[in-house]
Design a binder for this molecule. Structure first.
Ligand SMILES: CC(C)(COP(=O)(O)OP(=O)(O)OC[C@H]1O[C@@H](n2cnc3c(N)ncnc32)[C@H](O)[C@@H]1OP(=O)(O)O)[C@@H](O)C(=O)NCCC(=O)NCCS
Length: 220
């Protein structure tokens, strides 16, 4: 059972403030505490496109799309369904790049015009240390994380790789592994083995959110 809503809503407001502060110009962001009734936020076509059966997953996807619908309306795209493609990637209107994520409590979304931003990826994580066994799977020698709070550096690294993957996949259709993405948290950049370069911005309180922007032009 989820915690009482009022306490969660104050974290939602704090996260929105933190996300707006890190969003590069041209990118609209939003967040929403996932509610038990949020599956109802899915438009019929969206509900049909999402195979997950577990209620919590459908609630999370509904909460993320509630944000996406609002952000798309800001760009003049009203009542636009954001379907889930068979790859898992969300399907945006042609002129838009966007990304969705959710953890157990919060859903987040980012949207921007393709003309200004190449491709966006977003991830959200609770601000707690990453277990060592998962960090061992995620980190590679090329990663640079020493400028970040040591307790959260691993979680931030994990989140950055997920955000970069979500931005790169729609451009290349390649399934990257953690070892295919080198992240420098000190400079806020990442590179992929497919020749993509990402710019990263992030917040760590009240949750970790990473935004990755990948140019449509390859670096090599
Ligand atoms: C994309 C992926 C990393 C998401 O991770 P997750 O922790 O399950 O879920 P998150 O809450 O962070 O993100 C979920 C959202 O990601 C988006 N997403 C899923 N697959 C995607 C893809 N291939 N490209 C871009 N976005 C994608 C969807 O919008 C999804 O939301 P929805 O289920 O409501 O439609 C994971 O689903 C995946 O495809 N992994 C395979 C590749 C991998 O793990 N590589 C190592 C990481 S670099």
């Amino acid at each position: 059972m989820r915690e009482r809503l009022p306490a969660a809503l104050s974290r939602e407001a704090a996260l929105l403030e933190a996300m707006v502060a890190i969003a590069p110009q041209g990118i609209r962001v939003g967040c929403r505490v996932i509610r038990d009734e949020d599956e109802a936020q899915l438009m019929p076509a969206e509900a049909h496109s999402i195979p997950a059966r577990h209620p919590a997953m459908r609630q999370a996807s509904g909460a993320a799309r509630w944000i996406a619908h609002l952000l798309l309306a800001d760009f003049g795209q009203k009542n636009m369904a954001v379907l889930r493609s068979p790859s898992g990637a969300p399907v945006w209107p042609e002129s838009i790049t966007g990304s969705l994520a959710h953890d157990e409590e919060m859903a987040v979304a980012a949207v921007a015009p393709v003309s200004r931003i190449g491709s966006i990826g977003i991830d959200v994580e609770p601000a707690i240390p990453l277990p060592d066994d998962i960090l061992a799977l995620v980190a590679i020698q090329a990663d640079v994380i020493d400028a970040v709070d040591a307790n959260l550096a691993g979680r931030l690294l994990f989140s950055a790789k997920e955000a970069v993957y979500k931005a790169a996949y729609p451009l290349d259709g390649v399934i990257l592994d953690y070892e295919d993405i080198a992240v420098n948290l000190n400079t806020g950049h990442a590179t992929t083995t497919t020749g993509r370069r990402a710019t990263l911005t992030y917040c760590i309180a009240p949750r970790i959110v990473v935004l990755a922007v990948v140019s449509i032009h390859r670096v090599r």
